[in-house]
Design a protein around this ligand. Structure first.
Ligand code: HEM
Ligand SMILES: [Ca+2]
Length: 724
C-alpha cells in the first residue's frame, strides 16, 4: 500500500511538470505539498532504514531511466546542426526591439525568464545524467579520493556530504563535486562536438588579446555604490560554487593550471590552446612577448554522449566547500579532530590564522628557503591575494568560534557533532549573507524578486523543490559570474585602528599572503569595507589585464580578460546574442541594436572586430551592458546569475530556510540565522574592529553610518542548547 502511495506521488509530479511547461507565468512554481521527498521518510520515523534506502535506490534508478529516455528525445530535437538552423530562423522572425536603454529591456522580462527557466529543467536532464560506466568509476575509485561515493545515501542524515552527493535523492550526483557542468544552451563547438567555437562563417574569431586591449582597456573608475568588500564576497562565493577542472582527476586540480607551457613550440599537448599576442600590442610587444599560456579545461568523462562538457571540481551548493573542502580527504586535512575545530596557527599577536600549507614544496606559493609558508584551506586558490586569504581566515575563525560556543552549551557533544553542527551554522550564515545582502545589490529589485531570491524574515520558510537541478551552469561559471573581474581594484587598502592607511598593490602581491603573519587581518577587513570597488563596466585594471599572476622576476603577467574570452570559446559557449534573446526577448539582429544596451564605443569596436552579430563573445558583451536599475550587472548577466542562484536555493535540500527536510533548523534557530550580516561576522571575529557600517557592501554615508559592533545584532545561540 505504501509503495502504491509513493507511485501516485511520482505520477502526480509528472503531471505537475507538464502543467508547468505550459505555464510561462509563474517563475518557480511550488510543487504540491504532498510531493516532498523528505516527508516520505520523515513522516515514517519508525520505518526500517534498509527498506528506505532500497526505495531511494529504486527511485533513483527509475528517474535515471526516465532521464535517459527523455534525453534521447531531446538530443534528436536539438542536434547541433538542426538547432543552429532553428536559432538562425527565429532570429530573423522576431521583431527588433525599440527601447532606449536597459531599463526597458526588462519590461517584458518576467514571462521570458520564466519560460527559459522551465525549458532548462528539461535540458538539465540532457546534460546531467549519471553515467555509471564501470571503467570511469574504477578509475575514480583507484584515486581513492572520492571515498564517499561508494556508500549509499542516508536520506535521514542531518548533515551534507562533503562532496555534495546525496543532496538530491532522485539524482544523487546533482550539484556534487567532480560532475559535469550543466548548460543553458547547447554548446557551439567548431566541429559540433569538441573543438573551440569559431565564427559562424567558419573563420577564426577575433583575437582575445586584441579584444581585451581594444575594448576592455585599463581604466580607473571607482564605484560610488559598492565597496571592495562586495568584490571580495563575490570572489569568495564564486570559489564555493565553481572551479572548472583542467584535469580529469581530482588530485591534479591544484597544479593543473601551469604544468603545461603551451607557448613553448616544443609542447605537443593536444589540449593546448594558447592565445597569440598581436604584433601591434602596445604592452606585450615591448617585452617581445608573443603568446599567453592557455590550456583547455578537461573533458567531463561522465558526459553521456560525445559532446564535450566541462567538470566542476567543487560542490555547486553554497556549502562552505571553499573552507571545508569538496573532497573527503581535503576536509580531513583542514580539521583538527578535536572539539569540532578546524586547524589554525597563530599570527604574531596570537590570533588565529589558516593553517600552514600541507604541501609547501609544491604549492607554488610558499618560500621554504626563507621559512615563509602559505596557507591551507578547502580550496586551492586561497593564497591568491591578501583580501581573499583574509576572507578565508574570517570564516575559519567563525567556524571555530561557533564550535566553541556549541561546546559550552552542549559539553557532551563529541568532535564530530561539534564539527558538523558548527559547519551547518556557518553554511547557513554564508547563505543568509549571499541571498539577503549580496544578491539584493547585485541583481536589483526586479530580478531579485522575480526569481524569488529574497530571504524571508521572521516566521517564513522555503520549500525544497526536488525537480530543480542545482548544478552549476557553464554560462554562469565561464561568463556571467566573472563579471566580478571588472570590480577588482589595483590596490588593497590596509587601514589600521587609528585609520592610518597604507596599501598593497595587487600586481606585485599575487600569492604573497605573508603579511597576515604580521597581524594585518583587521586592517585588511577595514580596508575592504572602506574602499570603493571599481565600477562594473567594460574596463579592467592593468593588474588583471597585463600583470595577472606576475611573479617578482618578470616584468609582466597574463591577461585575465583575454583568458575569460578564450575560456568561453574553449567551453563552446554560444554567442552573446542568443543569451540576450533568451533572457530579454529583444533580438539583436544588427550591431545597431547593441546601442540600446551598451556604450556606442563598445558597439563600434565589436562591429569592427566581428563578422557577424551572433559571433560576439558572451563575456565581452555581458560586461559592457549598462546595469539594470538598482543593480550592478546588466540584463543578460543578471538573468544568468539570478537563474543560477534560484537553482542553488530552491534545489538545495539543505538550504537553511527549508522546513520538513532532514537538515532543517527549528523555527527559532532559522529566525536567528535569517538576520545574520557580514558586518556582524566581522565584528565577532576581529579583535581590533569595534565599529563598522551595517551594510558592508555599501559605502559609509548618512544612511549607512559606522556603528559600534555591540549595536549589531548577533544570533542568540541558546537556541542550539540540545534540550532547549
Ligand atoms: C583580485 C581578484 C581576482 C583575481 C586575480 C581573479 C583571477 C581569476 C583567474 C586567474 C581565474 C581563472 C581563469 C581561467 O583560467 O579561465 C578566475 C576565474 C573565475 N573568477 Fe576570478 N579573480 C578575481 C576576482 C573575482 C571576483 C570578484 C569574482 C566574482 C564576483 C570572480 C569570479 C570568477 C569565476 C566565476 C571564475 C571561474 C571559475 C571556474 O569555474 O573555473 N573572480 N579568476
Ligand atoms: Ca560549494
Amino acid at each position: 500500500k505504501e509503495s502504491e502511495h509513493k507511485r501516485r506521488h511520482f505520477k502526480d509530479n509528472d503531471m505537475q511538470l507538464k502543467n508547468d511547461e505550459n505555464n510561462g507565468e509563474d517563475l518557480i512554481k511550488p510543487l504540491d505539498e504532498s510531493w516532498k521527498f523528505d516527508r516520505l521518510f520523515l513522516d515514517d520515523e519508525d520505518g526500517d532504514m534498509f527498506k528506505k534506502l532500497e526505495e531511494v535506490k529504486k527511485i533513483a534508478k527509475k528517474s535515471r531511466r526516465k532521464a535517459s529516455k527523455h534525453s534521447n528525445k531531446k538530443e534528436n530535437r536539438s542536434s547541433p546542426t538542426k538547432k543552429h538552423h532553428r536559432d538562425r530562423r527565429s532570429i530573423k522572425k522576431e521583431k527588433h526591439f525599440n527601447t532606449n536603454d536597459a531599463t526597458h529591456v526588462i519590461n517584458d522580462k518576467t514571462a521570458n525568464l520564466a519560460k527559459s527557466l522551465l525549458q532548462e529543467i528539461n535540458r538539465a536532464e540532457t546534460f546531467q545524467q549519471v553515467d555509471e560506466r564501470e571503467d570511469i568509476l574504477n578509475e575514480l575509485r583507484r584515486q581513492e579520493l572520492i571515498t564517499t561515493r561508494t556508500e549509499p545515501c542516508n536520506p535521514l542524515k542531518k548533515y551534507r556530504e562533503i562532496d555534495g552527493r546525496c543532496n538530491n535523492l532522485l539524482n544523487l550526483e546533482w550539484g556534487a563535486a567532480f560532475t559535469c557542468m550543466n548548460r543553458l544552451k547547447y554548446p557551439d563547438y567548431a566541429d559540433e562536438l569538441s573543438t573551440p567555437r569559431k565564427a559562424s562563417s567558419g573563420n577564426e574569431l577575433p583575437n582575445p588579446r586584441l579584444m581585451s586591449s581594444e575594448i576592455h582597456k585599463e581604466a580607473n573608475v571607482p564605484s560610488a555604490k559598492y565597496t571592495s568588500m562586495f568584490m571580495q564576497w563575490g570572489q569568495f562565493l564564486s570559489q564555493d560554487l565553481t572551479q572548472t577542472s583542467k584535469t580529469t582527476y581530482p588530485e591534479e586540480t591544484v597544479l593543473g593550471d601551469s604544468t603545461f607551457d603551451c607557448c613553448n613550440p616544443q609542447e605537443t599537448d593536444s589540449e593546448c590552446f594558447p592565445i597569440s599576442i598581436p604584433q601591434s600590442d602596445s604592452f606585450y610587444a615591448t617585452f617581445s612577448q608573443t603568446c599567453l599560456n592557455f590550456r583547455r579545461s578537461a573533458k567531463c568523462l561522465k558526459a553521456n554522449n560525445d559532446v564535450r562538457q566541462q567538470i566542476n571540481s567543487v560542490t555547486s551548493f553554497i556549502d562552505g566547500s571553499q573552507i571545508y573542502g569538496s573532497l573527503l580527504n581535503t576536509s580531513y586535512n583542514v580539521r583538527r579532530f578535536q572539539h569540532g575545530l578546524l586547524k589554525t596557527q597563530m599570527d604574531i599577536e596570537g590570533r588565529p590564522l589558516l593553517p600552514r600549507s600541507n604541501d609547501a614544496a609544491n604549492d607554488k606559493c610558499s618560500d621554504i628557503a626563507n621559512e615563509k609558508y602559505c596557507f591551507q584551506s578547502g580550496f586551492s586558490k586561497v593564497n591568491q591575494h591578501l583580501g581573499l586569504t583574509s576572507m578565508y581566515t574570517l570564516w575559519v575563525r567563525e567556524h571555530n568560534r561557533i564550535a566553541a560556543i556549541l561546546r559550552q552549551l552542549n559539553p557532551i557533544w563529541d568532535d564530530e557533532q561539534l564539527y558538523q553542527e558548527a559547519r551547518r551554522i556557518v553554511i547557513a550564515e554564508m547563505q543568509a549573507i549571499t541571498y539577503n545582502e549580496y544578491l539584493r545589490i547585485l541583481l536589483g529589485h526586479e530580478l531579485y524578486h522575480s526569481f524569488k531570491l529574497n530571504t524571508r524574515k521572521r516566521g517564513h520558510h522555503t520549500d525544497y523543490q526536488v525537480d530543480k537541478d542545482p548544478s552549476i551552469l557553464n554560462e554562469f561559471a565561464t561568463a556571467a559570474l566573472r563579471y566580478g573581474h571588472s570590480l577588482v581594484q589595483r590596490e588593497l587598502l590596509l587601514v589600521d585602528a587609528n585609520l592610518n592607511v597604507s596599501s598593497v598593490r595587487l600586481k606585485n602581491n599575487y600569492f604573497n599572503p605573508f603579511k597576515l603573519y604580521e597581524g594585518v587581518f583587521d586592517s585588511v577587513l577595514r580596508g575592504l569595507a572602506l574602499q570603493p570597488s571599481q565600477s562594473f563596466d567594460q574596463y579592467f585594471v592593468e593588474d588583471v589585464t597585463r600583470y595577472l599572476y606576475k611573479n617578482p622576476v618578470e616584468p609582466h603577467g597574463s591577461d585575465l580578460v583575454a583568458i575569460n574570452i578564450q575560456r568561453g570559446r574553449d567551453h563552446g559557449i554560444k554567442g552573446y546574442s542568443s543569451y540576450a534573446q533568451m533572457c530579454n526577448g529583444p533580438l539583436l539582429s544588427s550591431f545597431d541594436d547593441f546601442d540600446k544596451i551598451m556604450p556606442i564605443t563598445v558597439r563600434k569596436k565589436l562591429q569592427d572586430l566581428f563578422e557577424s552579430v551572433e559571433d560576439v563573445d558572451l563575456f565581452s558583451a555581458g560586461v559592457s551592458e549598462y546595469p539594470l536599475p538598482g543593480a550592478v550587472v546588466g540584463p543578460t548577466f543578471g538573468c544568468i546569475i539570478a537563474n543560477q542562484f534560484a537553482r542553488i536555493k530552491h534545489g538545495d535540500r539543505f538550504y537553511f530556510e527549508n522546513i520538513m527536510t532532514a537538515g532543517s533548523f527549528t523555527k527559532d534557530q532559522r529566525e536567528e540565522l535569517q538576520e545574520v550580516t557580514l558586518a556582524g561576522i566581522i565584528c565577532a571575529n576581529s579583535y581590533g574592529i569595534d565599529r563598522i557600517q551595517r551594510k558592508v557592501f555599501q559605502p559609509v554615508d548618512e544612511k549607512n553610518p559606522v556603528v559600534y559592533c555591540d549595536t549589531i545584532k548577533q544570533p542568540d545561540w541558546d537556541e542550539w542548547k540540545q534540550d532547549h
